[in-house]
Design a protein around this ligand. Structure first.
Ligand SMILES: NC(=O)c1ccc[n+]([C@@H]2O[C@H](COP(=O)([O-])OP(=O)(O)OC[C@H]3O[C@@H](n4cnc5c(N)ncnc54)[C@H](OP(=O)(O)O)[C@@H]3O)[C@@H](O)[C@H]2O)c1
Length: 224
């Protein structure tokens, strides 16, 4: 896929993987519109817009800044709350489901009328959606729900391409959230830089592949 001139809407562009991805997509010549709670400064090729993806009115306000049909929606924004299934609070449940499920659903619902004829939807999931861990259980559950929602979407709108990302540990504030001491030191050995993951995501998009998956055995990502 040629990215030059494409209009790409990317959520969670102010930090971590989203920020690295925005920079790379812009370098490929795409017009990136980055939505975030606290957007980073605009960069060449990246227009940042303050938006809360859990709020329909906030999304509509952000979309009013975009004139062109949307060629690609990248649902990337997210947050982390750690805990086992029942060692988690209702507030944590709501926070995770709100951003990962409701936020992704609202973004699809509100951008669909603005899609170009062959729009691509890229959904950020996690390795935890494929192999649910004991902890973070509710984070994994939210990612599984978002993954299944994409099944509904793909079935109803087969004209649009759907790409799913199941990455492993990547060094961002989200990955470090709630990890301390020896556990953090051990995790630091396994995390890759967000720029490295973003590079693989851009490769996936350009090569018309549909799935990026972390392989526990090798610590690498496969693209297929
Ligand atoms: N890092 C990893 O190891 C890893 C692995 C697999 C999958 N992922 C997924 O990758 C995605 C990006 O995460 P990251 O690791 O890059 O984390 P990050 O650096 O914390 O970036 C997440 C971004 O999403 C924004 N965001 C959160 N809630 C939002 C909302 N309601 N509306 C708009 N923006 C919102 C955050 O804003 P604030 O900072 O203002 O809250 C932040 O800028 C997430 O979906 C995450 O689940 C990450």
């Amino acid at each position: 896929m040629e990215l030059r001139g494409k209009t790409i809407l990317l959520t969670g562009s102010g930090s971590g993987i989203g920020s690295a991805l925005a920079t790379l997509l812009a370098a490929e010549g795409a017009h990136v519109f980055g939505l975030d709670l606290r957007p980073a400064d605009s960069r060449p090729g990246v227009t940042t817009i303050q938006a809360d993806i859990t709020d329909a009115r906030s999304i509509d306000h952000a979309l009013a800044h975009i004139d062109a049909p949307i060629d690609m929606l990248i649902n990337n924004a997210g947050l982390m709350r750690r805990g086992t299934l029942f060692d988690s609070t209702p507030e944590e449940f709501d926070a995770l489901m709100n951003v990962h499920v409701k936020g992704s659903w609202l973004m699809l619902k509100h951008t669909l009328p603005r899609f170009a004829p062959h729009t691509t939807v890229v959904q950020m999931l996690s390795r935890h959606a494929l192999t649910p861990p004991e902890d973070p259980a509710l984070y994994a559950l939210a990612k599984i729900c978002a993954d299944r929602m994409l099944d509904f979407f793909a079935q109803r709108y087969p004209q649009y391409a759907v790409k799913r990302l199941y990455p492993g540990p990547t060094d961002t504030p989200l990955a470090r959230h709630g990890v301390k001491g020896a556990a953090l030191k051990e995790k630091e050995q396994r995390m890759i830089a967000p720029e490295a993951l973003a590079l693989q995501i851009v490769t996936l998009i350009k090569e018309d592949k549909t799935r990026l998956e972390y392989m526990e055995e090798t610590g690498e990502h496969s693209i297929s």
